[in-house]
Design a protein around this ligand. Sequence first.
Ligand code: DGL
Length: 262
Amino acid sequence: MSWGVFDSGVGGLTVVRALRRRLPGVRLAYLGDTARVPYGIRSVDTVRRYAAEAAAFFRRRDVEGLIVACNTVSAVALDVVEQGFPGPVLDVVRPGVAAALAATRSGRVGVIGTPATIRSDAYGAGLRAARPDAVVVSRACPLFVPLAEEGWVDGEVPRLVARRYLAPLIEAGVDTVVLGCTHYPLLRDVIGETLGPDVRLVDSAEAVADVARGRTTAPATSGGGTEHEHCFVTDAGGAFREVAERFLGAPIGRLEQVELGA
Ligand code: DGL
């Protein structure tokens, strides 16, 4: 079984990392739409158009299943991807909701994500549907995405940004916070330090990787190297390779620039 993994930029690498741990050697094709990141500040119509183009890209490639490693696309355009891709499609919102429900004790859950994800209320609706007494406090954190893309994941600047964004969640006394954007696990340490040790962090990338493991039909090939990975970006000029390699802790194999919608 081979998986395509798709995000607007480096964020979906958090899913690749989680997949590598669970399915070493599985064949992966990653697409980061680095020419058009960020998605989360754009209109729903635009995100849906980009999502359709990504689905068409993977339809032409040799992948059997697709992981939408982007909460924004999962929240506002999952139907478009499902219509555009013939195989199984996994999203990050549903596994994130399930993991948050398992983690919370008090039912007071914080959700952080892009403006589009927070506006969609996809997490809030999922949490309240399963647990009607849940109190969901949501906050859009748009600056976390460029910080992750630039690799500014520690130090004073992300700490200040995190303090400002997360204050309402701390005031509300949440016991669990969903990292509802696949870029945010890159800033996990800063987010965790800001929220304090009593707050559990739910990483939707880890949650979807668990689902993918359960859905992977054939055993992975032997070995845990990166020779089974092919990485596509729509703009290879930025810091993608550097951030990717630092984050994944290994060189990325084949990196190729492609055009979507062509
Ligand atoms: N990593 C993405 C997400 O999970 C998108 C970030 C962005 O492009 O704004 O929503």
